[in-house]
Write a protein that binds this ligand. Structure first.
Ligand code: UN1
Length: 523
C-alpha cells in the first residue's frame, strides 16, 4: 500500500500547520491520548484534517505533536505494562468484547465520519468499521485460548511446554486507507497478548483512529495501556521507532517507508513487522465467466478508488477473450459514478490528497508516453461541478500493456488498472509472479485443475479463485511475500506470533540432576 503517509515528508491533504492561524470556532480541536488523559501537544500546534471530497470542509484539528509528546506516551505505556500483563488474558478479552459492542453501537456515525475524512463510499467505510468489529470479537476470543503446547520431554519425569508471553511495549504506525480496520488489526492482538502500546495514525485520517481509541477508553482499558499521538512520521513516527523502550514496531504503509522503519529497528534490535505494497493480479482465462470476472475486476480495481494494498491493479487476460474482456471492462469503468462518498449513489469516491492526485496522474502520463500502452479510458482529474472541490480522478484503464512496463510493475495506489494480454495459463502465472510484490492474486476459470495449479504456483500471501483480489477475512492470515512484507502475517491466529514471544518451560520432577539427552551418556 502506498504511503503510510509519507507523513514522513510531504503533507498532501493536510498542508496547513495551523498553529498560527485564526481559529475557526466551528472546527473541533482534538487531543492526544496519553496515560488515560486527553492532552494537547506540548508545542501547542495542530494540523487540519480535510475532507478529500470537498477541501473546504475541515473535519477537525489534530495535535501536530512533538518528539517530547511521543516520549511521554512511551513512558506511560512503559509504566502500564507490568500491571496490564498480569491481568489474566480472559479478563483483558472481556474489555475488548465491550469495545466490540461500542463499535457496533456507533457503527453508523463512525462510518460517516470516516467517509468525511478519508473519502471512500459509505458502504466501504461501513466495511472498515465492521472489519474492526470482526477483528475485535475474533481476536478477543483468543483471551480464552492463546494456546501454547505441551510436548513429551526427552528425559523421564520431566515435563515440557511452551507458552506465549507479551513482547512488551508496542509502537503501531498505521495508514489512512483503512483508518479503523488496520489499527484494530494491531491494537486488539497487542492487547489480548498483554502488551501496552502507542499508536501513531496516518495524519490524513486521525479521526477514525481517535474514535477507536475513544471506544477503548469507554470500554475500560486502563490508563497508559493504549496511547495515541498524532502528527508526522518524520517527528513522532521517528521518535516512536527510535525509542529504546519500544520493543516492537508494527508498520503498515509504503515499501519505501517500511524499509526505513525496518533499518531503524534493526539498529536497536527491535522486533519489526511490516505490511507494505502490492501489485496484485487477476488472471482471466479463456474459459472464465467473463461477466463475473468483469465484476471482480471493477470492484478490485476501483473499490476504495484503488487505494487498497490488495487492489487489482493488473489484469492478465487470455488472448482469446482479451478483446471481449477489455471492451466490457472499459464500458463498466466509464459508467461508474464518481463523487462524494456520503451520497448513496456514488460508486467511487475521491483519492486521499493532492499528492496522490499528482502521483496517479504522473503514472497516467508514464503509461501513455514512456510505456506506450493504450489509455482506454479515464486518466483525467475531475475538477468541475460536484467534483470541483475534491481530489477526484476518473476510473482509468490501460490496455495492451507489457509486463515489464512501469505501470505494470509499480504500485500506483489509485483508480488505475493495467490490462496485459497472456498466451496461456503458464504465461499468465509468469507475468503474475513477475513483480517485486506478493500480496494478493486471483484467477477466473471454470477449470478446477487449472485453478489449483495457479493456486500452487502463485507466490503471494493471499489467493482467490473466481473472486477479486480484495476481500480478506479477519480470521485468516493477511500479508504477502517479497517486497510486500518481512515474513509476518496479521489477522488470524498468526498475528499472535507478532505480538507474543514463546517461552519454553521444562519442569523436572525426578528429584535428581538429569542432563538433557545430548549430555546424558547412559539413558
Ligand atoms: C488493505 O488493502 O490495505 O482484503 C487492507 C481487503 C480488506 C483489507 C484490505 N479486508 O480488501
Amino acid at each position: 500500500m502506498a504511503q503510510a503517509k509519507k507523513a514522513l515528508n510531504k503533507n498532501g491533504k493536510k498542508n496547513s500547520r495551523t498553529g498560527a492561524r485564526a481559529a475557526r470556532p466551528s472546527v473541533k480541536t482534538y487531543t492526544n491520548y496519553i496515560n488515560g488523559e486527553w492532552v494537547a501537544s506540548s508545542g501547542g500546534e495542530t494540523f487540519e484534517n480535510v475532507n478529500p471530497a470537498d477541501t473546504r470542509e475541515v473535519i477537525g484539528r489534530f495535535p501536530l505533536s512533538t518528539a517530547e509528546d511521543m516520549d511521554r506516551a512511551v513512558e506511560a505505556a512503559r509504566n502500564a505494562f507490568d500491571r496490564w500483563r498480569r491481568v489474566p488474558a480472559p479478563r483483558r478479552a472481556e474489555i475488548l468484547f465491550r469495545l466490540g459492542e461500542i463499535l457496533i453501537r456507533d457503527k453508523d456515525r463512525l462510518s460517516s465520519e470516516m467517509t468525511r475524512e478519508m473519502g471512500k463510499v459509505l458502504r466501504e467505510t461501513g466495511g472498515d468499521v465492521q472489519e474492526a468489529i470482526d477483528c475485535t470479537y475474533y481476536t478477543a476470543g483468543e483471551g480464552r485460548r492463546l494456546h501454547g503446547f505441551t510436548t513429551p520431554a526427552e528425559m523421564p519425569n520431566k515435563f515440557a511446554m511452551c507458552v506465549r508471553q507479551p513482547v512488551g511495549l508496542c509502537g503501531l504506525i498505521t495508514p489512512w486507507n483503512f483508518p479503523m480496520a488496520i489499527p484494530s488489526w494491531k491494537i486488539i492482538p497487542a492487547l489480548v497478548c498483554g502488551n501496552t502500546l502507542v499508536i501513531k495514525p496516518a495524519e490524513d485520517t486521525p479521526l477514525s483512529t481517535y474514535n477507536l481509541i475513544k471506544a477503548c477508553e469507554e470500554a475500560g482499558i486502563p490508563p497508559g495501556v493504549v496511547n495515541m499521538v498524532t502528527g508526522y512520521g518524520e517527528t513522532v513516527g521517528a521518535a516512536l521507532t527510535d525509542n529504546p523502550a519500544v520493543r516492537l514496531i508494527s508498520f503498515t504503509g509504503s515499501t519505501e517507508t517500511g524499509r526505513v522503519v525496518a533499518s531503524r529497528c534493526a539498529d536497536r534490535n527491535a522486533i519489526c513487522s511490516l505490511e507494505m505494497g502490492g501489485k496484485n493480479v487477476i488472471i482471466v482465462l479463456e474459459d472464465a465467466d467473463i461477466d463475473l470476472a468483469i465484476e471482480g475486476a471493477v470492484w478490485g480495481a476501483f473499490g476504495t478508488s484503488g487505494q487498497r494494498c490488495t487492489a487489482s491493479s493488473r489484469l492478465v487476460v487470455h488472448k482469446k477473450v482479451y478483446k471481449k474482456f477489455t471492451q466490457k471492462l472499459v464500458a463498466r469503468a466509464q459508467s461508474l459514478r464518481v463523487g462524494n462518498g456520503l451520497d448513496a449513489k456514488t460508486e467511487m469516491g475521491p483519492v486521499i490528497n493532492a499528492d496522490a492526485v499528482h502521483k496517479i496522474l504522473g503514472y497516467v502520463e508514464i503509461g501513455e508516453r514512456e510505456d506506450g500502452a493504450t489509455l482506454a479510458c479515464g486518466g483525467r482529474r475531475l475538477d468541475s461541478g460536484e467534483h470541483a472541490r475534491g481530489y477526484f480522478i476518473e476510473p482509468t484503464v490501460f490496455t495492451d500493456a507489457a509486463p515489464g512496463m512501469r505501470i505494470s510493475q509499480e504500485e500506483i495506489f489509485g483508480p488505475v488498472t493495467t490490462v496485459i494480454p497472456a498466451n496461456s495459463l503458464e504465461n499468465a502465472i509468469e507475468i503474475g509472479n513477475g513483480v517485486r510484490y506478493g500480496l494478493s492474486a486471483s484467477i477466473y476459470t471454470q477449470d478446477v485443475n487449472r485453478a489449483f495449479h495457479a493456486m500452487n504456483e502463485m507466490y503471494t500471501g493471499i489467493f482467490y479463485v473466481n473472486s477479486s483480489t480484495i476481500g480478506a477475512e479477519v480470521h485468516l492470515p493477511f500479508g504477502g511475500t517479497k517486497a510486500t512484507g518481512n515474513g509476518h502475517r496479521e489477522a488470524g491466529t498468526q498475528v499472535l506470533d507478532i505480538f507474543s514471544e514463546w517461552k519454553s518451560i521444562y519442569v523436572d520432577y525426578s528429584g535428581k540432576l538429569q542432563r538433557a539427552q545430548i549430555d546424558e551418556v547412559n539413558l
